[in-house]
Ligand binder design. Structure first.
Ligand SMILES: Cc1cc2nc3c(=O)[nH]c(=O)nc-3n(C[C@H](O)[C@H](O)[C@H](O)COP(=O)(O)OP(=O)(O)OC[C@H]3O[C@@H](n4cnc5c(N)ncnc54)[C@H](O)[C@@H]3O)c2cc1C
Length: 267
């Protein structure tokens, strides 16, 4: 069953709660649903954009043309052997800890969906046997490097988790939660040689940011690597605050911080 809502505000579906409407908000639950949505969008010359949990995406205030697709039902299955791409990572991490299945503890603190994490986050190479993608109207398998290169619609994956002592694994997951840091909006420059990666929080804290609040968006004093929406903040203000921080760090420390956030839609 496919759910379609027209002129759906995307602010409802992203962690930052910004974003104007998309022409069609679509939830697909089976491979056939996804194939049909892709087919219909192509026939209507509509742009199709995937959205997972929306923790790595800021939608601009003007909204998004075309259809925005989220995966649900069996395509969000919480299964430790073959989870769906829509499955929430925190739930998969917890399920694996309880079942004594090792490997996902590396993703403690990642609030996104499996599909987006496979595409964007480090740490999956040894944990994935194969990735399931939709190609030419059907489910096919693809290697992780190819998925990263081709960026197809990800449907799920076959995981290769290891047997671990549940008590020991529980202790490790809890320890990682205690030290988990919310995801930074910035990426440090790649370390050269034996250099340790720069601590983005330390770098941002070392330069007096020109702006820490802009209308309804702000930079938390103790976590300058984050940006928060205080209620009715706009994507435009988030972008301004984000850019001014990056420019300030270049000016004061000569360091080029990258941005981890994807921007979707029109201004
Ligand atoms: C508080 C916080 C903590 C975080 N901590 C970490 C962390 O510790 N480590 C880390 O690596 N990242 C972290 N992140 C970044 C982010 O959560 C991860 O990258 C996560 O994997 C993104 O998942 P998502 O479902 O929210 O992605 P979304 O924002 O929904 O989507 C990201 C991109 O993936 C595409 N996409 C989504 N689903 C699919 C699919 N099924 N098929 C094809 N394309 C798809 C979208 O089109 C979009 O371009 C954090 C983010 C936040 C806000």
């Amino acid at each position: 069953m496919i759910t379609v809502r027209l002129q759906e505000p995307l602010a409802r579906h992203t962690a930052m709660r910004t974003g104007g409407p998309c022409e069609a908000w679509v939830v697909a639950r089976t491979d056939e649903d996804v194939a049909l949505v892709i087919h219909d969008c192509r026939r209507a010359s509509w742009k199709l954009t995937m959205l997972g949990a929306g923790t790595r995406t800021v939608v601009r205030d003007g909204g998004q043309r075309g259809a925005v697709l989220r995966l649900g039902g069996e395509l969000a299955a919480l299964d430790l052997v073959a989870p769906g791409a829509g499955a929430p990572m925190p739930a998969l991490v917890e399920l694996a800890a309880r079942a004594g299945r090792g490997g996902l503890e590396a993703f403690v603190g990642v609030p996104g969906s499996l599909g987006a994490s496979l595409l964007h986050d480090d740490g999956w190479d040894e944990l994935v046997d194969e990735v399931y993608v939709l190609q030419r109207g059907a489910r096919r398998t693809m290697s992780l490097p190819d998925v990263r290169r081709k960026q197809p619609v990800v449907l799920g994956a076959r995981l290769a988790l290891s047997e671990r002592d549940p008590v020991e694994l529980r202790r490790e997951v809890d320890a990682r939660w205690r030290h988990a840091r919310p995801g930074s909006w910035y990426t440090p420059p790649k370390p050269v040689g034996r250099q340790r990666p720069l601590d983005v929080r330390e770098v941002l804290a070392s330069v007096r940011l020109p702006m820490v609040r802009l209308r309804e968006v702000a930079v938390p004093a103790l976590a300058p690597e984050l940006l928060i929406n205080l209620g009715h903040g706009t994507a435009a203000d988030l972008l301004l605050l984000h850019r001014s921080a990056i420019e300030r760090v270049v000016k004061v420390r000569g360091i080029d911080l990258g941005s981890r956030i994807g921007w979707m839609g029109e201004a």
